[in-house]
Design a binder for this molecule. Structure first.
Ligand code: ZN
Length: 421
C-alpha cells in the first residue's frame, strides 16, 4: 500500500509505471513482486523506528550533503504532505507533492517559486523516504542554508537531519559492498564502527554536523540500502564501542595490506592508544600491492611549492616504529638544501598513492619517483577488507571488532550521559 502511494506522487522513482502503452504481463508481475518486497522492508524499518523514537537512544544527527555539489543547483522533489519551516518551527509554506529547482539567486534561497527571506529554512514531510535531491531519495528533514563565506559570498548548503540509526544505515550503504555473500558479520562490524565514529567525531570537531564524504564517513542515499544493510543496523541497534569509559576513536579503512597501523606514530592520536596499536591481519596479505609513479615535473612543482629550490634532491620516509610499516613522516630536501617535513598521510594525498604502506621507493632514470606498496587507506583501526574476509570465514561480529580494536568494549548508547556532545 505504501509503495502505491509512493508511485502515485509522480515525482520520479526510477522506472515509471505510467509509461505509455500497456505493460507486458511479466513486467506487471515483476513490479507486483518488487512492490511486495519493498513494502515489507518498508514496514519493518518503520516499526524499528517506532521503537527507536527515544531521542536519547536514537538522537538526531546532521549530515552535510556536499557530494551533491549543491551550488550548481539541485532538482528537489517532495513526496506527499510537506512543510517549509523557519528553524524555530514556524510554518512558512505547506502543500502536497513538490517539484522545483533549488538554488541561490543573488545569495538568497530560491525553492521552486518560493523565495523565503531567510538564510536558513527547513523542509519536512510526513512520509519516510520522501525527499528527492537530483536523482537520489533521502529520509529525514532537510535544512537549506545560504551560508555566508569568508569572502562575504553565500554558498548553498544542504544538511539532512535524521535519526542516528538512519544515518548509520546510510554509512553502511556508502562504505561497504552490502550485497557481498556471507557479509553479515562484516556489515554489523561496519554499523558499530560507523555509529561509534559518528559520535566520537562530533565530540572532536567544532561543527555540529558530519560530512557525507570519507573526510568523515561516506553517506549514501536510501537508493543504496539493501536488506542486508538494514539487517546489520537492526542487529546492532544502539551498540557502540568504548574504551576506558569513553567513546572509542573508531577509525577504519579499506584495506590494511596485512597489518593495521598504530594511531600514535602516524599522528592520529596525541599519545599511545592501546585499541589502535596495530594488529596483524594475515588474510589481507596482497603479494602484488600497488605501484605509483610520480613524474619529475610533479617533484619539481613540490620543490617550488615548499620553497626548496628548482628541484628535489632527496625524499626520506620514516616509519618511526609503526607495526603496520606505514610511513609516519616524510622529509623532502630540495636543491637549495632546505628541508620540508610532514606527516605520512600528507604524502599520500600529495602522491595520490593508495596508502603510505610503502615497501620500495626508487628514483627512475627519467627523474620520476617510483613507489611500491600495499594496502588502501590510512590503516588505522578496523580493516574493511579483513572484516569481510573474516565474516566469510565464519567469525562473529564481536570477534572481528575486538580483533581490530583490542581492549575496546561494546556498550549501549543508553550508557552515555549525553550521546551527542
Ligand atoms: Zn586487513
Amino acid at each position: 500500500m505504501v509503495l502505491v502511494g509512493f508511485e502515485s506522487a509522480g515525482i520520479g522513482v526510477g522506472t515509471s509505471v505510467n509509461a505509455t502503452g500497456p505493460l507486458p504481463k511479466w513486467m506487471l508481475l515483476a513490479l507486483c513482486l518488487a512492490a511486495l518486497w519493498a513494502g515489507s522492508l518498508w514496514v519493518d524499518r518503520w516499526q524499528s523506528r517506532q521503537s527507536g523514537r527515544d531521542s536519547r537512544l536514537n538522537p538526531p544527527v546532521l549530515v552535510q550533503l556536499d557530494s551533491l555539489r549543491p551550488n550548481r543547483g539541485v532538482d528537489l522533489g517532495l513526496r506527499g504532505r510537506w512543510r517549509m519551516l523557519r528553524p524555530d518551527g514556524v510554518v512558512l509554506e505547506q502543500g502536497v507533492d513538490f517539484l522545483g529547482r533549488l538554488k541561490l539567486d543573488h545569495g538568497h534561497l530560491k525553492i521552486g517559486v518560493f523565495r523565503p527571506e531567510l538564510s536558513h529554512v527547513v523542509l519536512e514531510t510526513d512520509g519516510d523516504v520522501a525527499i528527492r535531491l537530483n536523482q537520489r531519495w533521502y529520509r529525514g528533514r532537510l535544512h537549506l542554508l545560504a551560508e555566508l563565506q569568508e569572502d562575504r559570498s553565500r554558498q548553498l548548503v544542504l544538511r539532512l537531519e535524521l535519526p542516528l540509526e538512519d544515518y548509520v544505515l546510510g554509512v553502511v550503504s556508502g562504505e561497504m559492498e552490502t550485497s557481498s555473500p556471507n557479509a553479515d558479520a562484516a556489515l554489523q562490524v561496519q554499523a558499530v564502527a560507523a555509529r561509534t565514529y559518528a559520535l566520537w567525531k562530533l565530540g572532536q570537531v567544532e561543527r555540529p554536523y558530519l560530512l557525507d564524504s570519507t573526510y568523515d564517513q561516506r553517506f549514501e542515499s536510501a537508493d543504496f540500502e539493501t536488506e542486508s544493510a538494514v539487517r546489520a543496523v537492526q542487529a546492532t541497534v544502539g551498540q557502540i564501542l568504548v574504551y576506558d569509559g569513553e567513546i572509542l576513536a573508531a577509525y577504519y579503512h579499506a584495506d590494511c595490506g596485512g597489518h593495521t597501523s598504530a594511531a600514535y606514530p602516524l599522528g592520529f592520536r596525541r599519545r599511545p592508544y592501546p585499541p589502535l596499536r596495530g594488529v596483524a591481519d594475515p588474510l589481507c596479505r596482497d603479494p602484488f600491492g600497488w605501484e605509483k609513479i610520480v613524474p619529475a615535473e610533479t617533484l619539481d612543482a613540490w620543490a617550488k611549492q615548499f620553497g626548496l629550490g628548482a628541484y628535489l634532491e632527496t625524499v626520506h620516509l620514516y616509519r618511526r616504529g609503526d607495526p603496520g610499516q606505514r610511513c609516519a613522516a616524510v622529509q623532502l630536501i630540495g636543491a637549495n638544501g632546505a628541508p620540508e617535513n610532514f606527516l605520512g598521510e600528507r604524502f599520500r594525498s600529495l602522491t595520490g598513492s593508495r596508502s603510505v604502506r610503502i615497501h620500495e621507493m626508487r628514483c627512475r632514470e627519467d627523474g620520476a619517483l617510483w613507489l611500491r606498496g600495499s594496502g588502501y587507506g590510512h590503516g588505522i583501526g578496523m580493516c574493511q577488507n579483513g572484516a569481510l574476509l573474516r565474516s566469510r570465514a565464519g567469525e562473529s561480529f564481536q570477534d572481528i571488532l575486538f580483533h581490530y580494536y583490542p581492549g575496546a568494549e561494546l556498550a549501549s548508547i543508553a550508557s552515555l550521559v549525553s550521546p551527542i556532545p
